[in-house]
Design a protein around this ligand. Structure first.
Ligand code: DHB
Length: 470
């Protein structure tokens, strides 16, 4: 079936919802297929939500039906497919979702669906392997531009938002605007022939830069050989797999690989020639120490200081030095021990495969593949290696300084200080690289925050309002 890319502004419902003692009346244009030739209509669709008061000629703050920014939150997690989400309760945190609050705040919300790993067509072929998820988000942006005169809100003020794999996609969407590498995929789907660059990216704990994430993980966690995570396991007598805590020791081979991976990180990092905004070259020595480590530490100190200023007692944390209510130092290695290791080695491209990322880099026929030479060479399942081109398309680092794309002018990156799903180095590298390329970057490692997103929406919306008004 060939879908029409023209937005129908007559096809909507008017809804009212009360959450958190706040009532929201909104207009919902839902389940709009955003490409002419979709492969999966459960996911290649978007929903548009608009505060109903805009249709009564009113404004919210500085925004109205024409001028409101478009908040664009993807729902991708674990690189799995993510469907459009309505204003409602976020099941994971049992609180109203960002879509609800964004509408209350006066944004137009466009909730895009996207394909992801594990998705199959009727012939059993995988349809959501890389780069499907990013191609879909781009197609959704193009749909909005294609209909810019009838779409509510300002299509030149799209702010993407996502968490974890969704945060990585948000970063990718912001970094790769209009890049020709994605063109053939978009053409094949019948995406609108429009630009797909966006105004801003909000990225919570982005699981990104995947082909370098194993080295970065061991830079941080090498020498910590016990790992602790939650895992779905089948329990006897229980019909459904349950999330249970797992605590294990890495085996000898893993401990050896951890050391090897750690030793590979300095070469990668130092080649990036990262410079902080005050001109310091960010490097590390063969042990992983140096100005780059100090740079991340400075964000941990800043984050601890913020907490202290809120009146929090941090005196139990012996690895923090506090003098006269000022955080003067953090023992970084003790801080890492305090965080604990979550993943065994290699954390992303596992030598026995089976990680979300191994599945992301599959093919229509092959469920899992490696995406690093290192793990391909150490594979204990004789896994295949993904093509260079597929790997490239999923990493914003490959595009940020590429003149063939239009990078978003603004990035907000948050990586919880106790998040262990990926190394803090990964978000720091992304933040510095963007900054070096003229992007306005707001980067922080919020205190006490594990792997999660949307926990500081007031601050996020204040940031959005600020960049929109400038
Ligand atoms: C997510 C978490 C991970 O640890 C990972 O490797 C990939 C994705 C997530 O929560 O989306």
């Amino acid at each position: 079936m060939n879908y029409d890319l023209k937005f129908n502004d007559k096809k909507y419902t008017i809804e009212t919802i009360t959450l958190d003692e706040k009532t929201l009346k909104y207009r919902a244009f839902e389940n709009i297929i955003y490409v002419k030739n979709p492969i999966d209509t459960n996911f290649q669709k978007l929903s548009i939500f608009v505060p109903e008061t805009y249709y009564e000629g009113n404004s919210i703050g500085n925004y109205n039906l024409k001028t409101a920014p478009i908040f664009f939150p993807n729902t991708v997690g674990g690189y799995m497919p993510g469907a459009p989400e309505r204003p409602g309760i976020n099941k994971f945190i049992n609180k109203p979702n960002a879509t609800f609050y964004a509408l209350l705040h006066g944004y137009i919300v466009v909730s895009p669906g996207a394909r992801g790993r594990g998705l199959k067509d009727k012939n059993g072929k995988f349809t959501g392997t890389a780069p499907a998820c990013i191609v879909d988000l781009k197609a959704a942006v193009r749909y909005l531009r294609h209909n810019k005169d009838i779409i509510p809100g300002n299509v030149e003020k799209i702010i993407s938002n996502g968490t974890s794999a969704g945060g990585a996609l948000s970063a990718l969407l912001g970094s790769t605007g209009n890049h020709p590498d994605y063109e053939s995929y978009l053409k094949e789907l019948g995406a609108a022939d429009e630009r797909d660059n966006i105004f801003a990216s909000s990225c919570y704990c982005p699981i990104t830069n995947l082909e370098n994430a194993d080295k970065a993980y061991e830079w941080e966690f090498c020498r910590i050989n016990d790992y602790h995570k939650m895992k779905f396991e089948r329990i006897e007598g229980s019909p459904k797999p349950k999330l249970v805590p797992i605590s294990r020791e890495m085996n000898e081979l893993q401990i050896e690989l951890s050391k090897e991976l750690k030793s590979l990180f300095p070469e990668y990092l130092n080649k990036l020639n990262l410079k902080s905004s005050n001109g310091t070259l960010l490097t590390i020595d063969s042990e992983g120490n140096g100005t780059f480590k100090d740079y991340i530490k400075s964000f941990v100190i800043k984050s601890a200081q913020k907490e202290l200023n809120k009146g929090k007692n941090l005196s139990d944390l012996k690895w923090i030095t506090i003098v006269n209510n000022e955080v003067t130092d953090v023992d970084f290695d003790k801080f890492i021990k305090f965080r604990t290791r979550m993943k065994d080695t290699p954390a992303f491209d596992n030598i026995s495969m089976g990680t979300p990322e191994n599945e992301l880099f599959g093919t229509p026929e092959i469920q899992y593949r490696h995406f690093t030479e290192f793990s391909k060479n150490h594979s204990i399942v004789n896994g295949e290696l993904s093509e260079e081109a597929q790997i490239k398309l999923m990493n914003p680092m490959n595009y940020i300084s590429d003149n063939s794309c239009t990078t978003a002018k603004n990035f907000r990156i948050r990586h919880g200080a106790i998040d262990r799903d990926t190394s803090l180095a990964i978000s720091a590298i992304l933040a510095v690289t963007l900054e070096m390329n003229g992007v306005n970057v707001d980067y922080d490692l919020p205190w006490g925050i594990p792997h999660s997103g949307d926990y500081d929406l007031d601050e996020l919306f204040a940031w959005i309002d600020n960049i929109v008004s400038n």
